[in-house]
Design a protein around this ligand. Sequence first.
Ligand SMILES: [Zn+2]
Length: 192
Amino acid sequence: MSYTAPATFTERLRHFDPNLRVRWSNRTHTFHIESKVGRAAEIFALPHDDGAIRRRDGYQLVCEVTAGSRMWCHQQVDEQGTMCGAPLTVPMMEFREVRCAKCRKLGFDGRYVYGYFGWTERLLDHLRWIDPRNTWRDTVVSGNDRANHAADAERERDTLNALTANALEFRAAMTGLTSVYLNDAQRKGNHV
Ligand SMILES: [Zn+2]
């Protein structure tokens, strides 16, 4: 199930800052207010992968807004992506830290900053206060650049690793070996 914010609110939000958008998250079941910080990229994004959707569209998360005063803890608790699911009470009309007692007991972080505002002027007041247009945006833009550079470097490393693996496999095929192990001396130049 997907939800949209009321048009009256998104209209006022657009007036406040045309770079902001409201998107329903299928994973956290909250609204994500996001700010355009870069160009869209050709990235495949699953419908529940908020990070990939933001990278694909060139947005960064500003804050999460719940659809009511209750939420479910969405701390991931295993490798399969199972969520904790404990019920949490969201602070009214302010963003404050919410702690999940169950997660804390299990050794997970389980802390969130959430607020329930409804689609009111108070939410816009909050956005004015955190000022996504000025200081905040500079910080995320430079953070975004760093993350992109790191991702590029990683892709390059992956490519090099793949090339090296292919080269070793090729040599193995040529010499009739099924696999090639290099010890330290061999890596320094005494080839197999
Ligand atoms: Zn939890």
